[in-house]
Design a protein around this ligand. Structure first.
Ligand SMILES: CCCCCCCCCCCCCCCCCCC/C=C/C(=O)SCCNC(=O)CCNC(=O)[C@H](O)C(C)(C)COP(=O)(O)OP(=O)(O)OC[C@H]1O[C@@H](n2cnc3c(N)ncnc32)[C@H](O)[C@@H]1OP(=O)(O)O
Ligand SMILES: Cc1cc2nc3c(=O)[nH]c(=O)nc-3n(C[C@H](O)[C@H](O)[C@H](O)COP(=O)(O)OP(=O)(O)OC[C@H]3O[C@@H](n4cnc5c(N)ncnc54)[C@H](O)[C@@H]3O)c2cc1C
Length: 664
């Protein structure tokens, strides 16, 4: 039935002000206004249609992405959109493209690592898209180990140039988005060699293609690396391969904020820490954390709406069957993901603030908070993307068979999202970077101060948490401080255990390698503690709107208690809770699921996603799933003819037992 809201009865059940929750989700009334306006603009413009992606060939798909990117740019210019509005437009167009790397990495790399002079020269060209850039760091042989990159940049003082060269097959740049077919320029990372001495990896602005006819410049071999996972999905991006054959660039195209090479061939290091060469990655990791809540909430919105539409079993006297959302098993899989989406929203907000603060300090040459920003962005990027990728797949399963159809939107969402667990740093490798934050008693401390230091730390952490006091309150309702203390104690004790074990090794590096799996678990515990604590902090703010704060409190408790339930081995083995507490936590979770149930549809409506953005028949706002699925099936190219192509060649000879004479 066209125009009927099949989920109206669900919406009527909600106990809070959905419009107020929309503002909380968006971040502010202004952010809501921008997001709402731009999402509707994109949804209503046929130029941004995306429902045909899974049936296009790679070449058609890519050409269509080029058209959309050009159309998006025209829209931005014609409508004079602000930077904020343009970013929202990109978000709602919902298609990875070379422009992401241009705006998201090439420009930030120049801003973060270029001198004033370099910024003045390159940024105006990049802002007007008169040049298009990519970020060429990873090579065929090395991605995680940036210090292991093989591309060289050798200074030639005779000509005042660098010679960029790929000495081996494994030194070929491999993966950079936008490189394959579009970028005219790259920030290429290479080992700097001056006067025969190596100075580590640095960034260089290298022109790749002619600005006249787009052909590769002399010494450049460049192309696309081929099809990737899934139909549509990340195949709209031209991830590329690049080899340099003694390509010459002027000296002033080395990004020189961190260190400089003079025309006489002197290498000078400024006061800026070397790690700033990695600064672009910190920036992008922070945006990836902010984006995780978008991808997860999208999947959760689809699975929640469909779970309210779908009915199986339980019919009484010929009445309707049970909505699958009413099954406790469905709730115990779905509602923690709903809670995680909200938790990640707030951690994303916090990390944005942290990053803005670090940026301000960096501009004033205060580098003191850089290590913390690195550890937090690395750890939280890993935690949120792993949970989001797993969560999207869980949502697909929550939708049963129909979740496997492309028209559910979930297969493509998973395929496009899952590389976030790898790009901008493999998630395990990044968790190992959290060691400074999680393992407060670092291995160096263990060796310098000895076991005594570990013992002192252990007793400090032991006093942090008194399990019987903390969990008494939970028998009735969750106490935020009790929960937080349990997470603090768990993270601290896991770190202390790592430190103690490390102290048993004579060689710290050997100990670190041997215990790395434990260190990763301690890092996860630490990151989960941060997410829980920031959710609780959010609840300490004033949150207007009838019932909004209460809903967020329920979600916060679900997020924390679900983790406590899932990782109860950690909590029990570190003595933070007793088995009785664990059982209480589980009872509390069940009761919280019942509180979410009547509000579930409204809680996903608060994301304010258009049907265009969701791209899912199962998740459409009106819940009119079955007619839409039926209609969509007939539009599949395979149904264009009743008898398929190939019938006469392959099916008929089989049926007629003429297979031996058929031309196969
Ligand atoms: C249409 C028009 C639209 C207009 C507007 C639209 C706007 C659109 C905007 C879109 C935005 C979208 C942006 C998002 C796009 C996302 C696409 C993603 C594409 C993917 C890109 C990539 O993947 S790029 C490559 C990423 N590579 C990696 O991440 C490699 C991972 N490896 C590393 O990071 C490191 O090498 C390492 C940390 C793992 C290595 O560690 P190691 O200890 O060996 O290193 P070092 O010896 O080099 O370092 C020692 C020292 O430094 C510390 N450190 C390491 N990294 C950092 C860092 N990043 N920052 C600060 N400090 C760092 C490290 O901890 C050590 O410290 P010590 O104190 O010495 O211990
Ligand atoms: C879709 C996509 C887009 C990308 N875009 C870009 C781009 O624009 N520009 C760019 O430069 N790069 C890009 N990349 C590359 C990306 O940054 C790297 O793939 C990523 O950093 C992982 O590195 P790797 O491939 O070398 O993995 P590897 O390091 O080879 O990882 C393989 C396995 O080894 C494990 N491992 C590695 N080192 C350790 C260790 N020290 N301890 C324990 N385990 C370890 C990992 O956990 C993983 O399980 C992109 C990648 C993808 C998939």
């Amino acid at each position: 039935m066209e125009g009927v809201d099949h989920l109206a009865h669900e919406r009527n059940k909600s106990e809070f002000d959905v419009d107020a929750m929309k503002i909380v989700w968006a971040g502010s009334p202004h952010a809501f206004d921008v997001s709402d306006r731009i999402s509707k603009l994109v949804a209503s413009d046929p130029g941004f249609r995306k429902d045909n992606r899974s049936t296009l060939s790679r070449k058609e798909l890519f050409k269509n992405t080029l058209r959309k990117a050009a159309y998006a740019w025209k829209t931005i210019v014609d409508l004079r959109l602000s930077e904020e509005e343009a970013a929202k437009l990109r978000f709602y167009v919902d298609e990875p493209a070379f422009t992401d790397l241009h705006w998201g990495m090439f420009i930030p790399a120049i801003k973060g690592q270029g001198t004033e002079e370099q910024q003045q020269k390159w940024l105006p060209l990049a802002y007007k898209m008169q040049i298009i850039g990519c970020y060429a760091q990873t090579e065929l042989g090395h991605g995680s180990n940036v210090q292991g990159l093989e591309t060289t940049a050798t200074f030639d003082s005779q000509t005042d140039e660098f010679i960029i060269h790929s000495p081996t097959l494994t030194s070929s740049k491999w993966w950079p988005g936008g490189l394959g077919k579009v970028a005219t320029h790259a920030i290429a990372y290479a080992r700097l060699i001056v006067g025969g001495r190596e100075h580590g990896v640095h960034g260089f602005i290298v022109q790749l293609r002619s600005l006249e006819d787009h052909s590769p410049l002399l010494g450049i071999t460049v192309g696309d690396i081929g099809m990737k996972f899934g139909n549509g999905a990340y195949n709209t991006m031209d991830n590329g391969v690049l080899q340099f054959d003694h390509v010459r660039i002027p000296r002033n195209q080395m990004l020189m904020r961190v260190s400089q090479v003079t025309c006489e061939g002197k290498y000078k290091q400024s006061d800026v820490p070397r790690q700033l060469v990695y600064g672009t990655m910190v920036y992008v990791r922070q945006t990836i954390v902010a984006d995780a809540s978008c991808a997860l909430s999208r999947a959760v919105c689809i699975a929640t709406r469909y779970s309210a539409v779908r009915r199986q079993f339980g019919s009484q006297n010929g009445g309707p069957e049970t909505q699958v959302i009413d099954y406790k098993t469905q709730q115990s899989r779905l509602f923690p993901l709903l809670a995680s989406a909200y938790a990640f929203r707030f951690i994303g907000e916090w990390l944005k603030w942290l990053y803005a603060d670090v940026t301000q300090r960096l501009q004033a040459n205060d580098f003191s908070t850089l290590p913390e920003a690195h550890a937090c962005t690395a750890g939280l990027k890993s935690l949120t993307t792993t949970a989001t990728a797993d969560g999207i797949e869980e949502c697909r399963k929550l939708c049963g068979g129909h979740g496997y159809l492309c028209s559910s939107g979930l297969p493509e969402l998973f395929a496009v999202y899952v590389p976030a667990c790898t790009y901008e740093g493999d998630n395990t490798v990044l968790l190992l970077q959290v060691r400074d934050m999680s393992c407060k008693v670092s291995h160096e401390d263990c060796f310098s101060a000895g076991v005594q230091a570990v013992q002192q730390e252990t007793s400090r952490y032991n006093s942090l948490y008194d399990s019987s006091r903390a969990f008494n309150a939970m028998s009735l309702r969750c106490s935020k401080s009790a929960l937080l203390e349990a997470f603090e104690a768990r993270a601290a004790r896991m770190s202390v255990a790592c430190a103690q074990n490390l102290s048993n090794f004579d060689n710290p590096e050997e100990g670190f390698a041997e215990l790395s799996a434990d260190l990763v678990e301690a890092a996860v515990a630490h990151c989960q503690l941060i997410v829980v604590s920031k959710f609780i902090e959010k609840l300490q703010q004033e949150i207007p709107g009838k019932g909004v704060k209460q809903q967020l409190e329920v979600l916060c408790n679900i997020y924390a208690l679900f983790l406590l339930h899932k990782h109860q081995g950690d909590f029990l083995s570190t003595g933070c809770i007793t088995p009785k507490h664990a059982a209480l936590a589980n009872d509390e979770l069940r009761s919280l699921y019942s509180q979410v149930r009547p509000n579930a549809i409204a809680l996903v409506d608060a994301f304010n996603y258009t049907d265009h953005y969701l791209g899912s028949i199962l998740g459409c706002y009106d819940g009119n799933v079955y007619p839409k699925l039926y209609e969509a099936a007939w539009k599949d190219p395979l149904n264009e003819s009743v008898v398929p192509d190939g019938y006469h060649l392959y099916i008929r000879p089989l049926l007629k037992q003429e297979i031996r004479t058929a031309r196969l």
